[in-house]
Write a protein that binds this ligand. Structure first.
Ligand code: SF4
Ligand code: SF4
Length: 226
């Protein structure tokens, strides 16, 4: 899932200076799970902005709505009947959702309420950690399911580096050394032989941005369209 956190209220408030009617749009998927931009967070942000407006004697209307996903056109289309009534839209989605909303309603000002952090997992209540950097060529089969591109501070595909210290990373002593984790996991599953294989350099051209992907099943239809 995409993990994000909300920007400070003052920063969001500064973005809406000069606008009288604002629609706060939440996203009910990843950012709802990480408690940054779902229905509840939309409610809290809208209430905070209303309160701030009142304290500063500002006449402004803050309305709220949450869609299932802002990164999916079908969920953005139903907003068409609302957006015209507003001077600006605050999106509480990840960066992809904000951009897709801004693209769909390109005559509107769409403002980001979140900082998008990473692709990660829920480790426990209220704690998420990064697990994938979207390198487009997954090698987890060789590394015991632990991603050196993400967990190793130096993105080493062949490790560990000389700085590993009693299982901790030299870049940040609070963090586990990814390659110690990989070693321990491969040992556990009886595949230490994987460590003898030198991983070739990463093909960074696969990570050239912006990425685009068409599912195999839709390629032919797409080509016919073109
Ligand atoms: S190797 Fe790591 S960064 Fe690449 S796809 Fe797999 S998990 Fe993601
Ligand atoms: S100590 Fe381990 S995690 Fe840190 S940079 Fe070196 S190999 Fe990577």
């Amino acid at each position: 899932m995409i993990v994000a956190e909300r920007k400070p209220l003052d920063q969001i408030d500064a973005m809406i200076q000069g606008f009288d009617k604002i629609l706060v749009v939440g996203c009910g998927t990843c950012v709802a799970v990480c408690m940054a931009g779902g229905e509840k967070e939309v409610e809290l942000l809208a209430a905070g902005l209303r309160m701030k407006g009142k304290l500063e004697n500002k006449q402004r209307t803050i309305d709220e709505i949450t869609v299932t996903r802002q990164c999916d056109k079908e969920y953005l289309d139903p907003l068409a009947k609302y957006v015209d009534d507003y001077d600006a839209i605050i999106s509480m989605a990840c960066g992809a959702g904000v951009q897709f909303l801004a693209e769909r309603y390109d005559e509107k000002i769409v403002l980001p309420a979140l900082n998008t952090l990473f692709i990660g997992v829920a480790e426990g209540t209220g704690i998420w950690s990064q697990r994938c950097t979207a390198c487009s060529d997954c090698i987890l089969d060789q590394t015991g399911g632990i991603c050196p591109m993400t967990i190793c501070a130096k993105n080493l595909l062949n490790g560990p580096c000389g700085g590993t210290d009693h299982g901790k990373c030299e870049v940040d002593g609070e963090k586990d050394c990814a390659w110690t984790l990989i070693y321990n996991k491969l040992k556990k599953i009886g595949r230490l032989d994987y460590l003898a294989k030198i991983q070739p350099p990463k093909d960074y051209s696969l990570m050239t941005k912006p990425g685009k992907y068409t599912h195999e099943a839709f390629k032919e239809a797409k080509q016919q369209e073109e």
